[in-house]
Design a protein around this ligand. Structure first.
Ligand SMILES: Nc1ncnc2c1ncn2[C@@H]1O[C@H](COP(=O)(O)OP(=O)(O)OP(=O)(O)O)[C@@H](O)[C@H]1O
Ligand SMILES: C[C@@](O)(CCOP(=O)(O)OP(=O)(O)O)CC(=O)O
Length: 381
C-alpha cells in the first residue's frame, strides 16, 4: 500500500483567464497572471492511497462520495500515468482519493484551482513524475495550473494544438514581495449559479469584446503587470488589476445571455476602494472579482489596519465573532476624515458575511496526517 497526502493553495488572478481555444485539453485564448495564497487559511488537502487490495477506484470530496467517472479527473489520471515510468510497480493498483477544502467549494473562491492542483501534485508524488506538472493540473481546471507554483505566477497560453507549451511558470517567489496582503470579502459563500466553465464557453461563442481583449489588451497588460510585480510598483499593480477585473466583467455582460457575477454589494466594494484611493491620492488598495460576487482585495501590510477600519464601518458585521478570519490585526475605529467620506455609504449589518485576511504563499507541499485509514476509507465519515 502507498499513501500520499498534500495540501495545495488557491490563487487569485490579477490578469484573468477567460475563454478556451480547446475545451478538452483546457487551452486558454490568453495568458493570465495570479498571486498564490498562503495555505495557512485557505487550502485543499488530498490523500491518495494505492493498494493491490482495492477492488475499485473511489473518490470522496468534503465527506461525500463522488462519481469517479469524471472526464476531468480521468484526463489528469491518464496524463499522470502516461508520464510515469512503465516499470512503476503501483501503476495498475486501484486508488482511493479523499479531499477536503477548508473554505467553501464551488462558490467562486477558486476551489477547483486548489483542488486539482492538490490532486495532481499528490498523483505526481505517488507515481514519481519528474518535471513540470502544471500542464497536467491544467487538464483538471485551467486556473489550477497556476496553483502548482507559489508567489507570482504566469500561465503562458502556448500555441501548440497539443498543449504541451501551455504551462505555468513562477514570475517571483513569495519572498520577493513579502508585504503583500490579501483580503477576501465574502459576500456569498453558496454554490454559484453558473460555473466559470459554462460562462466562458458562452463568452467565446457570443462576445466580440472577448476577441479584442485577448488579441489587443491582454498581451500589453501582461507585460505591464510583470514589470509592476518585478519593480514592486503597487500603484501600477493596483491599476492594472482593477482594469483587468472590470474588463473581464464587461465581457461577462457582453456575453449573450449575460453572465452577471457581481451584485450590488460587489459594486459597493468597488466604490469603497475607489473612494479610499481618492482620499489617499494614490492607488493603495486594488479589488478583483472572479466568477462570483466575492471581492479579492490586494493591499500592502501597511494599509491593512486602516482599510479594515473602513470596511468594518461601511459593512458592519451582524455579530463580531468570526468576522475577521485568518491573520489578525489591531481593530481600530475609522478616523474622522474617512468617516466623513464614507458616512453616506454605510450598509446594513451583515451585507458582508465575513473576511479572510491572508497573504501570498508557497505552492503544494506534502503533509503527514492522512485523510484515509488503512482500509482506504475516509477517517471523518
Ligand atoms: N479539493 C478538491 N478536489 C478535487 N476536485 C475539487 C476540489 N474542490 C473542488 N473541486 C472540483 O471543482 C468544482 C468547483 O469548481 P467551480 O469552478 O465550479 O468553483 P470554484 O473553483 O470554487 O470557482 P472559480 O473557479 O470560479 O473560482 C467542484 O464541483 C469539484 O468538481
Ligand atoms: C474567473 C476566473 O477565476 C476563471 C477561472 O476558471 P476555471 O479555471 O475555474 O475554469 P475551467 O478551466 O473551466 O475549470 C479567472 C482566473 O482564475 O484566471
Amino acid at each position: 500500500m502507498k499513501t500520499v497526502t498534500m495540501v495545495a493553495p488557491v490563487n487569485i488572478a490579477v490578469i484573468k483567464y477567460w475563454g478556451k481555444r480547446d475545451e478538452e485539453l483546457i487551452l486558454p485564448i490568453n495568458d493570465s497572471i495570479s498571486g498564490t495564497l498562503s495555505t495557512d487559511f485557505m487550502c485543499a488537502k488530498t490523500t491518495i492511497q494505492a493498494s493491490p487490495q482495492f477492488k475499485e477506484n473511489k473518490f470522496w470530496l468534503n465527506g461525500k462520495e463522488q462519481n469517479f467517472d469524471s472526464p476531468r479527473l480521468d484526463s489528469c489520471l491518464k496524463e499522470v500515468k502516461r508520464r510515469a515510468s512503465p516499470s512503476c510497480p503501483i501503476l495498475n493498483w486501484k486508488i482511493a482519493i479523499c479531499s477536503e477544502n477548508n473554505f467553501p467549494t464551488a462558490a467562486g473562491l477558486a476551489s477547483s484551482a486548489a483542488g486539482y492542483a492538490c490532486l495532481v501534485a499528490a498523483l505526481a508524488k505517488l507515481y514519481k513524475i519528474e518535471g513540470d506538472i502544471s500542464s497536467i493540473a491544467r487538464r483538471g481546471s485551467g486556473s489550477a495550473c497556476r496553483s502548482i507554483y507559489g508567489g507570482w505566477v504566469q500561465w503562458i497560453k502556448g500555441d501548440r494544438p497539443t498543449g504541451e507549451d501551455s504551462i505555468a511558470i513562477q514570475l517571483a517567489p513569495v519572498a520577493h514581495w513579502p508585504e503583500m496582503r490579501v483580503l477576501i470579502l465574502v459576500v456569498n459563500d453558496e454554490r454559484k449559479k453558473y460555473s466559470s466553465t459554462s460562462g466562458m464557453k458562452k463568452s467565446v461563442e457570443t462576445s466580440d469584446l472577448l476577441k479584442y481583449r485577448a488579441s489587443e489588451c491582454v498581451p500589453k497588460r501582461v507585460e505591464a503587470m510583470k514589470e509592476a510585480i518585478f519593480r514592486k510598483d503597487f500603484e501600477s499593480f493596483a491599476k492594472i488589476t482593477m482594469e483587468d477585473s472590470n474588463q473581464f466583467h464587461a465581457i461577462c455582460l457582453d456575453t449573450f445571455p449575460p453572465c452577471v457575477y457581481m451584485n450590488d454589494t460587489s459594486h459597493s466594494i468597488s466604490d469603497v476602494v475607489h473612494t479610499y484611493n481618492e482620499c489617499k491620492s494614490s492607488n493603495r488598495v486594488a479589488y478583483t472579482f472572479d466568477a462570483g460576487p466575492n471581492a479579492c482585495i490586494y493591499l500592502l501590510e501597511s494599509e491593512t489596519e486602516e482599510f479594515l477600519s473602513v470596511i468594518n464601518y461601511v459593512f458592519p458585521p451582524s455579530s463580531n465573532t468570526g468576522y475577521l478570519k485568518g491573520l489578525q490585526v489591531r481593530q481600530k475605529p475609522i478616523n474622522k476624515e474617512l468617516e466623513m467620506m464614507f458616512q453616506e455609504k454605510k450598509h446594513r449589518p451583515g451585507a458582508l458575511k465575513y473576511i479572510i485576511h491572508t497573504k501570498i504563499g508557497d505552492g503544494p507541499r506534502m503533509v503527514e496526517d492522512s485523510l484515509l485509514n488503512d482500509a482506504g476509507l475516509p477517517k471523518n465519515l
